[in-house]
Design a protein around this ligand. Structure first.
Ligand code: MN
Ligand code: MN
Ligand code: MN
Length: 279
């Protein structure tokens, strides 16, 4: 018989920049007909335990996941990690250090703004964040609320772009660090949504770092790009993954759930590939 169960391996919760709690997200995924999901919050795996509990009640499967922000030259790319051991000490330490660097970056942004005559209280900004560490979007919202800008876009343009008075670069992993920590924790590293502008040099750096797969199915990929990355995966011996990148608060998000999926048997094959490798 055919196994028609579907998997979405790219979803966000309130633990990073999504809207829903992990349990709420599992409920929505279930309603959308999904059998398997990966929660891939940015640089944190905090939502995993709650998602697993909620999924167990519904007979669904959760794959451990994360989306890491990686810097290659002057470009930020995202790497999805899957199937790692969520309790792995080195992985947890690395994620914790990353979150601490984000707290420092947030404090540095407020200091720089202060020097430019813009005073925002840290608590005022934190109040706009569900969980996690505030980033530029939250600072932009607070700037609008405090009357320093009339819109979110203006706040970004006047204060938060690279040449602006409140700009502090976001901490980022190198490709080698990110892939190594995922491998060390027993997982795989997958290039997220490569899109139309993947540079050869960036791809080469990722391959040299030990990239395992490429996200082929993604809302930003046209039919042509899906075919293209499917071929890239074949040519370079990479695994194929896919998902919706659902955040819960963007215009098209509700239509995404259940639409950008891969067959569940492919998830099982990914898992087996890992077993073979570690054997
Ligand atoms: Mn996001
Ligand atoms: Mn991303
Ligand atoms: Mn994402």
């Amino acid at each position: 018989m055919f196994d028609l169960r579907r998997a979405d391996l790219h979803l966000h919760t309130r633990c990073s920049d999504g809207l829903l709690t992990p349990a709420e997200l599992i409920d929505r995924a279930c309603e959308a007909g999904l059998y398997c999901v990966a929660i891939t919050d940015h640089d944190t795996i905090e939502g995993l335990a709650e998602a697993e509990q909620a999924a167990a009640r519904r007979g669904m499967v959760v794959v451990p996941g994360v989306e890491l922000s990686v810097q290659v030259d002057d470009e930020e790319v995202h790497l999805l990690g899957y199937f790692f051991d969520p309790a792995h000490p080195a992985l947890n330490e690395a994620l914790k250090a990353y979150q601490e660097a984000r707290v420092q970056r947030f404090e540095a942004m407020l200091e720089r703004l202060q020097e430019a005559g813009v005073s925002l209280a840290a608590d005022q900004v934190r109040a706009t964040v569900g969980y996690g560490v505030p980033g530029r979007p939250h600072v932009a919202q607070a700037l609008v609320a405090a009357g320093y800008a009339t819109s979110y876009t203006e706040a970004f343009q006047r204060y938060l772009l690279p040449d602006g008075p409140g700009y502090v670069p976001k901490p980022a992993w190198t490709a080698a660090e990110a892939v190594a920590i995922l491998h060390e924790a027993g997982g795989i590293a997958v290039l997220a949504h490569p899109g139309e502008h993947l540079r050869d040099r960036v791809f080469r750096v990722l391959l040299e770092a030990g990239l395992d797969g490429v996200e082929v199915i993604h809302p930003s990929h046209s039919y042509y790009l899906v075919q293209h990355y499917r071929q890239v995966a074949r040519d370079f011996g990479l695994l194929e993954t896919g998902g919706s990148d659902y955040h819960g608060h963007r215009a098209r998000d509700d239509a995404l759930l259940g639409t950008y999926t891969i067959p569940y048997p492919r998830v099982e094959r990914l898992r087996q590939t890992l077993r073979v490798r570690s054997a």
